[in-house]
Design a protein around this ligand. Sequence first.
Ligand SMILES: CCC/C=C/C=C/C(=O)SCCNC(=O)CCNC(=O)[C@H](O)C(C)(C)COP(=O)(O)OP(=O)(O)OC[C@H]1O[C@@H](n2cnc3c(N)ncnc32)[C@H](O)[C@@H]1OP(=O)(O)O
Length: 308
Amino acid sequence: MAFVFKSAFRKQGLFVPFLNAVRGMSSSGESTPAFTTLSISQPLDTITHVEISRPEKRNAMNKAFWLEIVDCFNQIAEDPECRAVVFSGAGKLFTSGIDLMGMAGGILQPVGDDTARISWNLRRTISKYQETFSVIEKCPKPVIVAVHGACIGGGVDLITACDIRLCTQDAWFQVKEVDIGLAADVGTLQRLPRVIGSRSLVNELALTARKMYADEAKSCGLVSRVFPDKETMMAGALEMAQEIASKSPVAVQGTKVNLIYSRDHSVPDSLNYMNTWNMSMLQTQDLMKSAQAAMEKKNLKEVIFSKL
Ligand SMILES: CCC/C=C/C=C/C(=O)SCCNC(=O)CCNC(=O)[C@H](O)C(C)(C)COP(=O)(O)OP(=O)(O)OC[C@H]1O[C@@H](n2cnc3c(N)ncnc32)[C@H](O)[C@@H]1OP(=O)(O)O
């Protein structure tokens, strides 16, 4: 299905693959080696498509994945061309969560000379795992995640760090961690309660590890739209990304940053933060350009905004 998505844009001459890394460069300007677990492409100049690409292992999150996501989203954050991101999984399903085979060396056998040192090292490791999904949230470009088939364990941690969640009718979600003997520690327990209104439902999902299917995910607010299949979902995700990318990047990125800030702070604190933010951002030329387009009933897509 991912192929259909890409080939549709190839036909229009719009698809520019850049499989090495995001635009083939690291933030230091040096060329970077290819990601091994992610495929990166540009369906449009302003849109980056990140695809988890280990379909033969059901996109299980191995050691390389946890590092590559950080590198990838740090580069996207710095990429002035990119205005929106679509995130999906290759093959049969979105992701089967942490690579259970790869856990053996790291989390299951932490190193250190005594309990304190083992604990210290483990704390550092968990911090790094947490950062893998926090970078998505810290990236100022909006991230639309498109889930098909299964989204298990670490997959739920991942999607709750994204800004907009879409899924196919065959999708299911599972906070699986209790079933493998741990309390989810890389974001689900912290972010899912902010996404789903019902605390009781969050508790039920996290404590029982039961599967939640697309219709329930939509009704509880985990996803905002359900599509009949992956092809239509990817087209819908791209259309949404295009809509976002057509607007002022100053407005869009400021909106993302302030929405996340206000989720974690009181209304007065968030208003204060917004005030300080906009005392500089309101000076953008984008405001005048957008307002003028609105007055002239022009399509915003015709307005050219500078890169950010
Ligand atoms: C500090 C740590 C923070 C992170 C915590 C994260 C926790 C979690 O993610 S908990 C969730 C762990 N995941 C699972 O329990 C899912 C395990 N997999 C499955 O249940 C099934 O594979 C699945 C339902 C996803 C798909 O079933 P299907 O019949 O379509 O495929 P399979 O034949 O089972 O698998 C195909 C090959 O993929 C390998 N594989 C699948 N999932 C994983 C995985 N999570 N880790 C490693 N490898 C996985 C599977 O072994 C097959 O490989 P091969 O035999 O070589 O073909």
